[in-house]
Design a protein around this ligand. Structure first.
Ligand SMILES: C[S@@+](CC[C@H](N)C(=O)[O-])C[C@H]1O[C@@H](n2cnc3c(N)ncnc32)[C@H](O)[C@@H]1O
Length: 222
């Protein structure tokens, strides 16, 4: 990697309010393909991941809207933002009054972006930069998972991890705009939002972002 991920994020993004969540500002990009090419060159890796971290995804936007309307879900609680990307859900949780927020992502550019974005919002977010999906969920009260169902392999790994977290008493919120690999029959729909994305990423510039909960296993009473 030629320069630091932090310098790369700063060079290729602009700080802007998030559409529909204007109280949150993120380092965002407009066009995915030129940025992806720049990531491939920077990391000297033709298979480098898409720069998910430079965009607010529809699933994360829906979770952000839900937390704005229902801050009690995270207020005073320990929150874990799985597959955090830009850190959007993590920052929304801090805005809603979470006591501690941790954001996890495998992408080094995402880790840099989350740190920059938290700082741009005057927030502190702990960052875990590794693949945590073979580990048990950490000691937290709420897990947020925004837009993780866009590819089969990730979806197959995320769902058991979330079920395991739920079985251990952790509340789980999922945000998704109808991606192919989301098993909606395992979830309870809570709310739907009209969210603004971009046709550079999606087929439409507006999506229905839905927020779901993983239901409590039978017998759990909290
Ligand atoms: C579509 S983005 C969603 C980002 C954010 N949650 C949102 O809704 O805006 C998916 C994110 O999952 C991350 N990711 C993929 N595999 C992962 C894994 N095994 N562990 C943690 N994060 C992962 C990617 O790096 C990417 O940032």
């Amino acid at each position: 990697m030629a320069a630091s991920p932090r310098a790369f994020v700063l060079r290729h993004t602009q700080v802007r309010p998030v559409p529909g969540l204007e109280e949150i500002r993120l380092h965002l990009a407009d066009e995915v393909l030129p940025l992806w090419h720049a990531v491939q060159l920077e990391s000297d890796d033709p298979d480098a991941a898409l720069p998910y971290w430079a965009f607010a995804w529809a699933g994360g936007l829906a979770i952000g809207r839900y937390l704005g309307e229902h801050p009690e879900v995270v207020a005073g609680r320990r929150v874990y933002d799985l597959a955090s990307g830009s850190g959007l859900c993590a920052i929304a949780a801090m805005h809603a009054g979470a006591s501690v927020v941790t954001a996890a992502d495998i992408d080094p550019f995402a880790a840099a972006a989350i740190e920059l974005n938290a700082r741009a919002n005057g927030r502190r977010v702990a960052i875990v930069h590794r693949d945590v999906l073979d580990e048990t969920a950490p000691e937290v009260d709420v897990v947020l998972a925004g837009d993780c169902w866009y590819e089969a392999r990730l979806a197959q790994r995320v769902m058991p991890w979330l079920h395991n977290a739920r079985a251990r008493g952790i509340d789980v919120l999922v945000g998704d705009p109808g991606r192919r690999y989301l098993p909606t029959d395992e979830l309870v729909a809570l709310a739907t939002y009209d969210v603004r994305t971009t046709t550079d990423l999606e087929d439409l510039d507006r999506k229905q972002g839905r927020v779901y909960a993983l239901p409590r296993p039978v017998g759990e009473t909290r």
